[in-house]
Design a binder for this molecule. Sequence first.
Ligand code: NAD
Ligand code: WQD
Length: 340
Amino acid sequence: MKKIIVTGGTGYIGSHTVIELLNNDYEVHIIDNLSNSDISMLDRIEKITQKRPSFTQLDLRDKTEVISFFNGISNIEGIIHFAALKSVGESVKMPVKYYENNVMGLCSLLEAIELNDIPNLVFSSSATVYGSPKNLPVTEKSPIGYTPSPYGATKQMCERIIEDFTYSKSNFKAMSLRYFNPIGAHDNGLIGELPTGIPNNLMPYITQTGAGVRNQLSVFGSDYNTPDGTAIRDYIHVSDVASAHVHAIDFLTNYGESKHFKVNIGTGTGLSVLEVIKSFEKTSGIKLNYILTDRREGDVEAVYANVTYAQNLLNWKAKYGIDQMTKSAWLWEKAMRNIN
Ligand code: NAD
Ligand code: WQD
């Protein structure tokens, strides 16, 4: 059984990926400091898979602890590195916190990789590295653009650090997966996203409005140069994002040379805010209370991925459509709020 360390494995995308790994007979060890997740996730993962991953509460910024953790485990096939802070808005207010957490966390891991000769790393990157892309769909050859948020800058920096690290080693392979807009939840409503406070992202704001936790959704901008005037994104089901990681780690373990791959993870389809709302209304049976308001500062008009590289390299393709995404997100919201 191949042994994989998953950092941030009790978080939103990490937990869905741990399920995919366990279902594919990987041995999984999670490390997480629980700064944005809950230990009860382990029970939920066990309920879904009938397997319990091992867990160590650890802060990746603590390099001494990280190195001692890795000293205690042998024959690690690879690391999937999700652990990071991810709020774009918070990163603008607290940049140092983001650089320290996201960049130092990666550096601790790379030091442990160096000391233990761990051969494979999958890194959670983001479409945010492209900034405001000039041409659509966005391919991996599209230029890395200016990203106004420190969060986005940490993803660019981490990719660069991984690039340099890979170049310096002869037996190390890495893959940065650039996710577009992951939404939705596992089909059974047992796990999903746990946003703290008022959500910034569209999907949790929609489901919380549907549940009556928020009064009204503001649709940011209706004068974009798009068919219905609202902004376009490439929304992708979190379970599809999760399965991409299993394909990525399978690919890396079978790849012979030192290399850092960068791969878009999206569906390849752009949807407007109003199209997502329509899908939610259809799958939930709820008429959503929303208004059209001004554009949100920093938002781009349209971003969606070209996913040909992921398909060819990883033999992976997103399976779920928007209705399955909104349906599963609503199922999870209802489960959290005890709504029938
Ligand atoms: P999440 O907050 O749900 O999960 C991140 C996990 O990492 C949490 O469990 C948190 O406790 C843990 N963590 C954070 N800092 C840590 C540290 N220093 N040491 C140990 N554990 C730490 O976030 P998510 O949505 O699952 O995102 C996972 C990754 O994917 C992140 O790197 C994020 O930047 C990236 N990403 C997310 C999205 C998205 O829309 N959710 C899009 C693109 C990229
Ligand atoms: C989607 C669309 C909003 C909320 C962010 C990060 C990105 C990545 C994914 C991590 C936009 C509109 C939203 C609302 C709205 N994360 N919207 N009303 O901004 O594309 O990407 O999350 O890497 O880095 O920037 O996602 O879900 O916030 O917004 O109208 O209340 O929904 O304007 O057009 P975004 P989002």
